[in-house]
Design a protein around this ligand. Structure first.
Ligand code: DX5
Ligand code: ZN
Length: 223
């Protein structure tokens, strides 16, 4: 079954623990934590302290997306904070293989991601060393942006690459602009994990209804 990973970027930070619990009770599979440094991306968000607060609020796997320069300096802090997955951007890592190796050495599952304009070729050689490959379907930095339509093709191509390499357990995650219209095409293209921020935490009927609707959109059941 496809996994749903609510991104707390769009949560009410004043009620974060409560909202994370609500997402868990509504059937979320992972919690996605967006870390931004104001340098690699224009926005500044969450660090290890908030990640630790999320860890205390849920038993779900915590999926940390590092949108920061020099990620190597901060890997152990996020591992200590309770991250289950640590995903780095190809664009931020000069020695990507070493970074992925360090993440695994900390007992955390490594993930790789890339900006919409970066070709898949740039991550092809690292795929066999990671547990997760993330296709960014918006330019990283903010929640609430529109899904870039060419991302569907990129997901398909990545899925083919993963199949050709026989990497059966590798998760193929998609992040950015996932909603009731874009979720099903992203899953048909090969995504196994859907990140959604504004579509879940900004839903007018609340978090539980949002997750229920999203689940139905991908299983094809009427809402
Ligand atoms: C964007 C972040 C996303 C973001 C998604 O840079 O990586 O995880 O929270 O938000 P939505 O689902 O609103 O596009
Ligand atoms: Zn993200």
């Amino acid at each position: 079954m496809v996994k749903i990973a609510p991104s707390i970027l769009s949560a009410d930070f004043g009620r974060l623990a409560e909202q994370v619990s609500e997402a868990e009770e509504a059937g979320a599979d992972w919690i996605h934590v967006d870390v931004m440094d104001g340098s690699f991306v224009p926005n500044i968000t969450i660090g290890p302290a908030v990640t630790e607060a999320v860890r205390s609020a849920t038993d779900l796997p915590i999926d940390v997306h590092l949108m920061i320069k020099n990620p190597d300096q901060h890997l152990s802090a996020f591992a200590d904070a309770g991250a289950d997955y640590l995903t780095v951007h190809q664009e931020t890592c000069v020695h990507l293989h070493r970074t992925i190796d360090s993440i695994r050495g900390l007992g955390v599952k490594p993930g790789i991601t890339l900006n919409p304009a970066t070709p898949l070729k740039a991550i092809e050689d690292i795929l066999s060393y990671v547990d997760l490959a993330l296709v960014m379907s918006v330019n990283p930095g903010f929640g609430g942006q529109s899904f870039i339509s060419s991302s569907t093709e990129k997901i398909k191509n990545l899925k083919n690459m993963i199949e050709q390499k026989g990497l059966k357990d590798l998760e193929l995650e998609v992040d950015g602009g996932i909603n009731l219209d874009t979720a099903a095409p992203a899953v048909s293209a090969g995504s196994t994990v859907l990140v959604a921020g504004s579509a879940i935490f900004g839903h007018p009927e609340g978090i539980s209804e949002a997750i229920r609707h999203l689940r139905k959109a991908v299983t094809g059941e009427p809402v």
